[in-house]
Design a protein around this ligand. Structure first.
Ligand SMILES: [Zn+2]
Length: 390
């Protein structure tokens, strides 16, 4: 049994090395687009045939890119083609993240330095390690991804690490969490996190936004930005509190639905799911939960969200008509339960059965970013007791 985890480091680099990495990324992404285009037009995602068809041409046009980087780009392009099932051409932007395999990226976790292949030889960077990452020092290093934040002029390295034989997880220690609009979160241990205040606040802001957007004047636009900012800060504050409470529950693993699953996105076309995807607060709740769980030595796993709302958590029968709004009534065994709680229990069950091939990811946020978000939360003095109700 393997557990994979991705941890993120902020790299300390000289301005000159940053320029080198920017150039490396720019060229790499140009190569990505060329390879993806070839695969798309020839309907192939075979690494071997794409390699034979494109390698020498690219090698000649981009002599400054090390061939091991080229290999990484080709692998990513092949996976991207597979991921979208050739329905559209995968495209990279100038500074899209690029993958480094083990040979081109030497990471020394104990010395906190990394060397990365680039267009100008090896670039060396230091990175500070957050305290709670120290538990991973003896894990096996897998692939790494380099990302660039243009606004901050900062490079990040996302490192996937693997633990070959972790302690088996006790099934009773897994909590399923269903995220929703009315109930922000419902957990498989029968806890409902809903919020009348958040509903009222959202309704108020939706109304205000519609009114202001209609006006279209400069002052209305300014007010609109202010209103949106306030709403975001309020949701952030609510998510912070809910994630904190969930992370403190006596469970080791938290299972949630994978809202990023491409496979699922193309198959599930329900309104409910679309709404979920469009809602950044779902992602924020997930990020906060990951961060807080991680800090407590716990983990968050994502599960395939298909059927979580149609399946009976009592007998396993899957039928669309089992669910009507908030209530779930199984036509086969007669079991009745709140629909969101039914989903949360299914999520926990899928988490238990899938624990053998479990993938755990780190938040795509650094400590700094989380801390910065926490600061704005202190502006609110809302009564936390409004947030949860049994
Ligand atoms: Zn049933």
């Amino acid at each position: 049994m393997n557990v994979d985890r991705t941890i993120k480091f902020k790299l300390e680099l000289s301005e000159q090395d940053k320029e080198t990495l920017r150039q490396t990324m720019t060229l790499s992404n140009q190569v990505f687009n060329k390879i993806a285009k070839y695969g798309f037009e020839n309907h192939t995602c075979s690494k071997v045939s794409i390699h034979h068809a494109t390698y020498y041409d690219i090698r000649g046009k981009y002599p400054e890119l090390p061939c091991s980087i080229l290999q990484g780009i080709r692998d990513v392009a092949c996976e991207a083609l597979k991921g979208v099932e050739f329905k559209k051409l995968p495209k990279s932007k100038q500074y899209s993240a690029i993958r480094y395999n083990k040979r081109v990226c030497n990471i020394n976790l104990s010395k906190k330095v990394v060397t990365l292949a680039s267009t100008k030889g090896r670039v060396k960077a230091a990175f500070p390690i957050p305290e709670y990452y120290r538990q991973y020092l003896d894990w096996e290093l897998r692939t790494s991804t380099l990302s660039y934040n243009k606004q901050q002029n900062t490079f990040y390295l996302h490192v996937t690490i693997r633990n070959q034989s972790p302690e088996p997880v006790d099934g009773n220690k897994i909590l399923g969490i269903d995220r929703g609009i009315i109930n922000i979160a419902v957990t498989s241990n029968n806890k409902f996190f809903n919020s009348k205040p958040i509903k009222n606040v959202r309704a108020k802001y939706t109304y205000l936004r519609a009114k202001l957007q209609g006006k279209g004047t400069r002052s209305a636009k300014k007010l609109l930005r202010k209103v949106s900012g306030k709403e975001e800060r309020f949701v952030t504050w609510v998510n912070h509190n809910i994630s904190k409470e969930i992370a403190a529950m006596p469970f080791d693993v938290f299972a949630i639905e994978d809202l990023n699953s491409i496979r699922v996105q193309s198959r599930v076309r329900g309104m409910e799911f679309t709404r979920k995807l469009n809602n950044w607060s779902f992602y924020q709740l997930e990020q906060f939960l990951r961060y807080k769980a991680e800090a407590a030595g716990k983990s968050v796993i994502t599960i395939d969200p298909r059927y979580t709302s149609q399946k009976c958590s009592n007998c396993g029968h899957i039928y669309k008509g089992n669910r009507k709004g908030n209530s779930f009534h199984c036509v086969k065994c007669g079991f009745q339960i709140h629909a969101d709680l039914n989903a949360a229990r299914n999520i926990a069950d899928i988490g238990k059965s899938g624990i053998g091939r479990l993938t755990v990811n780190q938040p795509y946020m650094t400590c700094d970013e989380v801390e910065a978000r926490m600061e704005i939360e202190t502006e609110h003095s809302y009564n936390a007791s409004h947030l949860s109700a049994e």
